[in-house]
Design a protein around this ligand. Structure first.
Ligand code: IDP
Ligand code: MG
Length: 394
């Protein structure tokens, strides 16, 4: 079949969808036409067109990477593999993944660092805040064991929180290393003053961020942090409230700006990128069911793509931050918020009642519960939908 269509290209992917009602797994071929950002789907089992070609300007080619979950007409599709050789050849290099780590001295600037990640064209595929033990740090940096700086380096890495991330972009490994700048922060300030290490690093050991030096080490380092979801878990689960930077803001690449504003007033004591299935989102919002008329629209937004969840604590670690953080977010409807509370997060970053930028815990007694819901569970949109269906069928 011809893969060239007019001025653009046609890319093919194999995707799967788990029907939460019938518990059936459907396999489709999904075609993406760059010329008009249109999507067409073909039902593999029944050998027929499932979705006629329709333009979806909200979906960009860079969102279609392996393992991505995309939401199409309330169906959550998981991209399993490339659908043809043309797509594999053209997208594999374009979709390189590297591993990035914000080191303890970079944490106070993590909002600005994450903002630079987005503004330089990277997508964040995984993100998790962790606390390394000295032993973890020794393992992570074992290739440097025996070097004169090894002891200081590993002590430093275990001295505070870190944020681990998988970044996706064309030539991601090289581009992230370039954005980091020279290893020594002082050299970076002399030679590359706009690099991350120049802007946020401290000295030769404390240099704000790490970046993998090859595709092989990216894979190894990503596995080190992400294979075991409980690794280095740092959620306090007391005196806390939950903030979710909703999928529409993550999609728009402004999550770093939100994090930066939050850090000016509060501590972020745990953070993770999570993708919810529709059943996960319905369970999370359960208390609003039958209470808020927008329940279904809210569920749909929350399950529409990855979001960033943060456990928020007061700066002194004392007291319950639920109500002060709600004040900081503003009333739920962003349009009203812009009139009555123009300096709040929802006024600045929300669009309307549903896409209102952030979720925050409502009731003082729910802060810990909501943080546990996020930080004590593992979410795999595919498996969760299956378990939920099993549970409901029992
Ligand atoms: P990289 O992080 O730029 O890849 P590596 O040589 O792999 O640099 O070193 C790993 C980390 O060890 C550096 O990021 C830095 O924190 C620390 N380090 C490297 N060289 C020195 C040094 O000469 N003195 C002190 N610390 C160093
Ligand atoms: Mg290195």
């Amino acid at each position: 079949m011809d893969t060239r269509t007019g001025e653009g290209c046609r890319f093919a992917f194999n995707v799967r969808w788990l029907d939460p009602n019938t518990h059936l797994i459907w396999h489709y071929q999904l075609f993406y036409y760059t010329h008009d950002q249109s999507i067409e789907m073909f039902d593999i089992k029944n050998q027929r067109i499932f979705l006629k070609r329709v333009s979806h300007p909200e979906i960009h080619l860079e969102h279609l990477y392996l393992g991505a979950s995309i939401s199409l007409y309330s169906r959550q599709l998981i991209i399993e593999s490339y659908g043809d050789e043309f797509s594999r050849k053209h997208l594999q290099g374009f979709q390189e993944t590297t591993f990035a780590l914000i080191k303890p001295d970079g944490i106070k600037n993590m909002g600005r660092i994450i903002d630079l990640i987005f503004s330089n064209g990277f997508l964040i595929k995984e993100l998790r805040m962790c606390k390394l033990s000295v032993e973890d740090a020794r393992n992570f940096y074992k290739i440097h064991s025996g070097k004169p700086f090894y002891e200081a380096l590993t002590q430093f890495m275990a001295s505070g929180l870190c944020v681990a991330m998988d970044l996706v972009a064309e030539n991601a490994v090289r581009r992230w290393r370039t954005l980091l700048g020279p290893t020594n922060s002082q050299d970076a300030r002399d030679r590359d003053p706009n690099s991350i290490r120049a802007l946020f690093g401290t000295d030769s050991t404390q240099n704000a961020c790490h970046g993998s030096d090859s595709l092989e080490s990216a894979k190894q380092e990503s596995d080190f942090f992400f294979r075991d979801r409980n690794f280095g878990s740092c959620a306090r689960l007391e005196n806390c409230t939950l903030c979710i930077i909703k999928p529409h803001l993550v999609f728009d690449g402004v999550a770093g700006q939100v994090i930066d504003l939050v850090l000016k007033k509060f501590d972020v004591t745990a953070m993770e990128m999570v993708t919810f299935s529709q059943p996960n989102a319905a369970e999370f919002y359960e208390i609003y069911k039958g209470v808020l008329p927008d329940f279904h629209a809210m569920v749909h937004e929350l399950a529409s793509g990855p979001f960033i969840a943060m456990e928020i604590s007061n700066k002194d670690g004392q007291g319950n931050p639920v109500s002060s953080f709600r004040e900081f977010c503003g009333p739920p409807d962003s349009q009203a918020c812009r009139i009555v509370r123009p300096n709040t997060l929802r006024a600045k970053y929300g669009i309307n009642k549903i896409k209102n930028g952030v979720h925050c815990t409502d009731l003082p007694e729910d802060g810990v519960l909501e943080c546990k819901f996020i930080f004590k569970h593992s979410f795999n949109p595919f498996v969760d939908a299956m378990e939920y269906t099993n549970h409901n069928l029992r």
